[in-house]
Design a protein around this ligand. Structure first.
Ligand SMILES: *Cc1c(COP(=O)(O)O)cnc(C)c1O
Length: 485
């Protein structure tokens, strides 16, 4: 195979700034004082923080070196399943940096921020159109926050009808945040098993759904990367018992321009702008998880809403049935600007093409990798596919060993041990932004690793070798973080 991407390079060691500092070094040059010195009141001088003395070049090199210890979508392929780590065009960042946006104070009167209000208004319209829903609110700040908003809306809907329901159905292929969001609304999650095909069956919903159940919370495509093909008839069953269907739409990257969620019977859903619509996901940066609803559920959306009257935009709180306010001001506006710019640059055709390519790339990987990795659900997938380490069991090589080794080949590991329904899962989401050459590189790397598993399993058990840090005790890292280095 070709030389692996991450094989070499000057990845330089770097001490702490405190170890690097030398008394008297200074990071700025200012001219000598040309006024007489004056006494200052000594009592005004307190001990400052213990900052090291450093030159400009010390500081620049320090942070540049640290930045190279990190891996990101700008460095290489990042096939982390369920996360849509695609490359995000820089033009969208640029537009989000326009001074008119970045300098806008959130408490500006409406007449002075018409552009920002219009952007929110139009973005909500686009998102409603892309999903096939009646209305949207961009206020929630993350996917899980959108889920919470959705659950609160479902709760408010039942309450308005004078009903109290205590349960919510959550399939075993749902994202982990789903039951958590449901229980924040005091709903009890009832797990529903998916069929041998990795999707929900009509029968399982039929037997679980009753009049104490507020609805179904379904991730579509689900976390196996499979489209819930029975969703239409499942939605009918839920509706016939007075429930609502919530769709976790964080996987919308597979469906844009191809699936009308409203027509599938979805009542409420959320999107992850920081996955599908041009903001990187992860790293703790700001996100946005818009909640979209069927037209008649619009009154329940969070306030304030941006409304339009004769070409002017206003903020309105005149929604008596609203679930209230979920975020300071209007949510994370910078993320919205990028999503708006992304949607406008790609247009309807471009968005559709993005989803088609995401699905094509995943199916290509599925077909090529299934020659040497076990594929538990061998059927067409959407934007991601899930393998396992079953075939490497005999050599006592695990999923963890294989993906640690992948880093030596210059690829970020995929998602592992999730979804839970697959033992030793390896979940790969290539996204539409990877070229065939890059995808082939990943496939070749996996192929080489599987060969190593057969011939030199000990090597894999000790991998990685070329990374800055080797195997970490991840549980200890979370429980006893060492924040000082
Ligand atoms: C990422 C993801 C979420 C959660 O989104 P956050 O922004 O991380 O809260 C929920 N559901 C699915 C299917 C996801 O992939």
């Amino acid at each position: 195979m070709k030389r692996p991407l991450g094989e070499s390079g000057l990845i330089l060691n770097e001490p702490l700034l405190w170890e690097k500092g030398k008394k008297g070094r200074c990071g700025i040059s200012i001219s000598r004082r040309d006024v007489p010195s004056a006494e200052i009141d000594a009592s005004m001088i307190t001990d400052g923080p213990d900052f090291p003395d450093l030159s400009e070049v010390d500081v620049v090199r320090h942070y540049t070196r640290l930045s190279q210890w990190n891996f990101g979508v700008d460095t290489g392929m990042y096939p982390l399943g369920s996360c849509t780590m695609k490359y995000n065009p820089k033009i969208n960042e640029k537009l989000a940096q326009f001074a008119g946006f970045t300098h806008a104070y959130p408490l500006l009167p409406e007449q002075l921020c018409q552009g920002a209000l219009r952007l929110i208004y139009e973005l909500e319209k686009y998102l409603a159109e892309i999903t096939g829903m009646g209305a949207a609110s961009v206020q929630p700040a993350a996917g899980a926050h959108g889920e919470l908003a959705g659950m609160l809306i479902i709760h408010a809907y039942h309450k308005k009808k004078g009903q109290r329901r205590s349960k919510i159905l959550v399939p075993d292929t749902a994202h982990g945040t789903n039951p958590a969001s449901a229980s924040l609304c005091r709903y009890r999650s009832i797990p529903v098993k998916s069929s041998e095909f990795g999707i929900l069956s009509k029968e399982s919903i039929e037997s679980a759904m009753d009049e104490d159940t507020a609805g179904l919370m379904v991730t579509n495509p689900n976390t196996l990367g499979l489209f819930e093909e029975n969703i239409r008839s499942i939605a009918d069953i839920v509706h016939s018992k007075g429930g609502l269907v919530y769709c976790d739409g964080a996987n919308m990257n597979a469906l844009m321009g191809m699936v009308d969620m409203g027509a599938l019977g979805i009542d409420v859903m959320h999107l992850n702008l920081h996955k599908t619509f041009s903001t990187p996901h992860g790293g703790g940066g700001p996100g946005s998880g818009p909640v979209c609803v069927r037209k008649d559920l619009e009154p329940f959306l969070p306030i304030p809403r941006v409304i339009e009257k004769q070409g002017r935009y206003y903020l309105s709180e005149a929604y008596p049935d609203t679930i209230g306010k979920l975020h300071a001001f209007f949510g994370n506006f910078g993320v919205m600007i990028k999503a708006y710019s992304y949607i406008r640059t790609l247009g309807a055709e471009g968005l559709k093409k993005a989803s088609q390519l995401a699905v094509l790339n995943a199916n290509y990987i599925k077909e090529r990798l299934k020659e040497f990795l076990h594929l538990p659900y061998d059927r067409p997938c959407m934007h991601e596919c899930v393998f396992s380490d079953k075939r490497q069991k005999a050599a006592k090589v695990t999923t963890l060993d294989m993906v640690k080794r992948l880093m030596d080949y210059g690829y970020h590991p995929p998602t592992i041990y999730f979804p839970l329904v697959v033992n030793g899962a390896i979940m790969i989401e290539p996204t539409e932004t990877e070229s065939k050459e890059d995808i082939d590189g990943l496939i070749e790397a996996f192929k080489a690793i599987v060969e190593e598993a057969n011939h030199d399993p000990d090597l894999l058990r000790n991998a990685p070798f070329r990374c800055k840090v080797k195997r970490l005790d991840e549980a200890a890292a979370a429980r006893n973080p060492r924040l000082t280095g």
